[in-house]
Design a protein around this ligand. Structure first.
Ligand code: NAP
Ligand code: SF4
Length: 687
């Protein structure tokens, strides 16, 4: 008897029987584009197939050069390319998995001068203005899609997904916003729908009846001039007639100014939109976006709201997601925290995607945690490499020992990975709890998911028998007998040399987020990095806000009443007056992550946070914070000044005992959980 009977039930789609309902949704990793990355891509997918996911969907492959995401991006246009992909499909099949190729035409989102669209309208997020496809060009594009589908079948893919959402070419044809055409492919809603219907019809003709064609349909465009719900339903009906096997679902165009997947979006936020399609669809429907736990997936399926659950980032975070859920070990799942910091933020700046909580994602062939000994049967290493190396067996007494000092993200990652490899690990932490800076981060509204990472590490420490000594100040004497010492003593908030920094009004962000200090109604925040922005949100946020307020604040309405599902935004109620100040003259928040920074900046604006750049700090006194901006002296009257001016490394212990230095204790200037966890994992892999 399983806890997730619906999630783990098989499903037959066309000629393909999936072993369970979990779909690894399409996400570009940057490994798709180059021939020499093909083996890495195969290893990345094979690890997920070994982790028992039901169906994997690749990143998007263009049906022709005009459809590239960027110059020389991945495409599926020749038999030779199809042959090369057999390495990927074989690797997945060898692990008992199934894999679909996604065919994606970027349209006006193509980051190159050859881009095309329904009309010559530039997108707000790309610098290139597309050409409008000619009538013959549209015909050719539909045929190119179908040819790519047929090639994918030849390559051994078990299915295809046609990308019709997120604002890419097909979506650009569907929405009045981007389709001004007056020929047979534009004008009325029926004509705007012709392209996807033709693509599916022509694809079906080429691949025959049983081959599953998944179509990713945009349920809510979340842009002005988006589709109405009636149009979405009509399109679904036409696509079913044309031969679609499954609907996957998409929410929001990339240019939409509503967050759809980042951490401040409530979990399962879009499930009702999928359930609405499920009511009218005659083929299976797959729910997606902000589903990151087996519980949520099970609940959606059990309620009849979908037939399949798509998760992309959660499968980066933990390749064994399904296997753990199936073996009653869901509490050992390394949960995606929806931060985007190492996945989508990388992809959008042309870096290879990985994962903040699992830096092995995308590096399966490079970052390998080999077991140090073979005398513990049954222990599985990350990556399943335990049988790859037979290091000399060691008796229990000669197991090498590792001391890790500090239980923030760096120390936790080091301790768990070292224990995974077979070291005998002791973790020392001065505080009474695990987590370090992560414990502060999870106090930020919308970052509650960060608690999942601590749950994961806590559980793994237990399962791996790591000796955890909390409330313990590690001394050189305590560390003297260990074979390896890893120092992850973290950081303390920097208190800059501002006149009056010791004034009672002046407090650190750590004291505020930990609840040690409750600040007054008027607050000045010094420093507008990631933490200054987060603290401003924390201070202004109304604790009475519910998940429902998320839709109201971002103006998400019923697409049956409002095309694209966009409506008036409800102003946020704020509980404090906050002024956020920085020395740099640049706009506040421009250094934040590509895919989430805009949403953080929007929240600051919606919350009425006053933003001041180019300031010099004069002093803090009873009146508040005195600054000079453009040569003019100003006073920010406030009850408290919260200092968010970065951090300083804590290295006393390292200076005394040496060893390996990682995380914020190593480099405070780039204090960042992504860097900390990667550094810890690389260090332990090399021990
Ligand atoms: P940070 O991003 O480096 O920002 C600290 C800010 O303090 C700087 O922007 C700097 O701005 C100011 N500052 C530095 N030295 C100062 C001094 N002596 N006097 C006055 N101001 C000074 O560091 P953080 O905000 O503490 O964030 C730490 C890490 O957490 C970062 O790596 C960040 O990526 C990560 N994080 C990210 C997010 C996110 O992406 N949403 C959220 C939280 C944390 P000026 O010099 O212009 O004043
Ligand atoms: Fe999830 Fe963050 Fe990892 Fe991306 S980087 S998969 S959002 S935890």
């Amino acid at each position: 008897m399983t806890t997730y009977p619906h999630l783990l039930a098989p499903l037959t789609i066309g000629d393909l029987t999936l072993r369970n309902r979990v779909v690894m949704g399409s996400m570009h990793t940057g490994l798709e584009d180059k021939l020499w990355d093909m083996d890495k891509l195969a290893a990345y997918f094979a690890e997920r197939a070994r982790g028992e996911v039901g169906l994997i969907i690749t990143g998007g492959y263009a049906p022709n050069k005009r459809g590239w995401l960027k110059p020389f991006a991945a495409e599926m246009t020749t038999r030779l390319q199809a042959m090369r992909h057999q390495r990927v499909t074989a690797a997945v099949h060898d692990e008992g998995g199934a894999i679909a190729m996604q065919i994606l035409h970027a349209g006006r989102y193509g980051y190159h001068p050859l881009s095309v669209s329904a009309s010559a309208k530039k997108s707000p997020i790309t610098p290139f203005k597309p050409s409008a496809l000619s009538t013959r060009g549209v015909e050719r594009t539909a045929t190119d899609f179908a040819k790519s589908v047929a090639l994918a079948k030849k390559a051994g893919y078990d299915a295809v997904e046609i990308m019709g959402s997120e604002g890419y070419l097909i979506n650009q044809f569907l929405a009045a916003r981007t389709n001004d055409r007056t020929d047979a492919w534009g004008g009325t809603a029926a004509k705007r729908m012709r392209l996807p219907v033709e693509i599916v019809r022509r694809s079906r003709e080429l691949v025959g009846d049983g081959f599953p064609i998944i179509y990713r349909i945009s349920l809510l465009d979340l842009v002005e001039g988006g589709q109405t719900w009636d149009e979405v339903v009509e399109l679904a009906g036409e696509l079913e007639e044309a031969g679609v096997t499954v609907f996957n679902t998409g929410i929001g165009w990339h240019e939409a100014r509503v967050p759809t997947i980042i951490t401040q979006v409530p979990r399962g936020a879009w499930r009702s939109a999928t359930a609405r399609l499920k009511e009218v669809a005659t083929v299976p429907v797959c729910a997606s976006n902000r589903i990151s736990s087996p519980e949520m997936g099970e609940d959606i399926l059990a309620s009849g709201g979908a037939d399949l659950i798509s998760m992309a980032r959660p499968l980066l975070a933990d390749a064994e997601f399904v296997a753990k859920a199936a073996s009653d070990r869901a509490d050992e799942i390394n949960t995606c925290i929806a931060c985007n910091q190492a996945c989508l933020d990388h992809v959008f700046v042309n870096k290879k995607a990985s994962c903040l909580v699992n830096p092995r994602a995308g590096r399966e062939t490079e970052l390998i945690l080999l077991p140090i000994r073979t005398s513990r049967p049954g222990r599985r290493t990350l990556g399943g490499t335990s049988d790859a190396v037979a290091a000399p067996a060691a008796g229990p007494s000669d197991v090498p020992t590792v001391a890790v000092v500090g239980a923030g993200p760096a120390g936790l990652a080091a301790a768990v990975n070292a224990a995974e490899r077979g070291f005998a690990v002791t973790l020392f932490e001065q505080a009474p709890t695990l987590g370090g800076q992560f414990r502060l981060a999870m106090q930020i509204p919308g970052k509650e998911d960060f608690a999942e990472t601590l749950r994961y590490y806590t559980r793994r420490l237990d399962v791996l028998d790591v000796e955890v000594q909390l409330s313990t100040h590690a001394t050189p004497e305590l560390l003297a007998d260990f074979d390896h010492t890893i120092i992850a003593t973290g950081v303390v908030p920097r208190m800059p040399a501002i006149d009056g920094i010791d004034h009672a009004k002046s407090v650190s962000y750590a004291d505020v987020l930990s609840g040690k200090v409750t600040v007054g109604r008027r607050v000045a925040v010094v420093g507008a990095g990631g933490i200054g922005v987060d603290v401003s949100h924390f201070l202004t946020h109304d604790p009475g806000d519910t998940d429902e307020d998320f839709y109201a604040h971002w103006g998400v309405g019923d697409p049956a009443l409002h095309p694209g599902g966009l409506t008036e935004r409800k102003p946020r109620s704020t509980v404090r007056e906050v002024t956020l100040v920085q020395r740099k003259a640049t706009p506040i928040g421009i250094g934040l992550g590509k895919t989430s920074g805009w949403a953080h900046r929007a929240v600051l604006k919606q919350s009425g946070v006053t933003q001041i750049s180019g300031a010099a700090y004069d002093r803090i006194d009873d009146a508040g914070l005195h600054i000079t901006v453009d040569g003019e002296q100003r006073l920010i009257e406030c009850d408290h000044v919260v200092i968010c001016a970065g951090q300083e490394s804590v290295r006393d212990l390292y200076d005394a005992v040496g060893g390996h230095l990682i995380g914020g204790a190593d480099v405070a200037a780039e204090l960042d959980a992504k860097r900390a966890i990667l550094q810890a994992t690389e260090l332990v892999a090399a021990l």
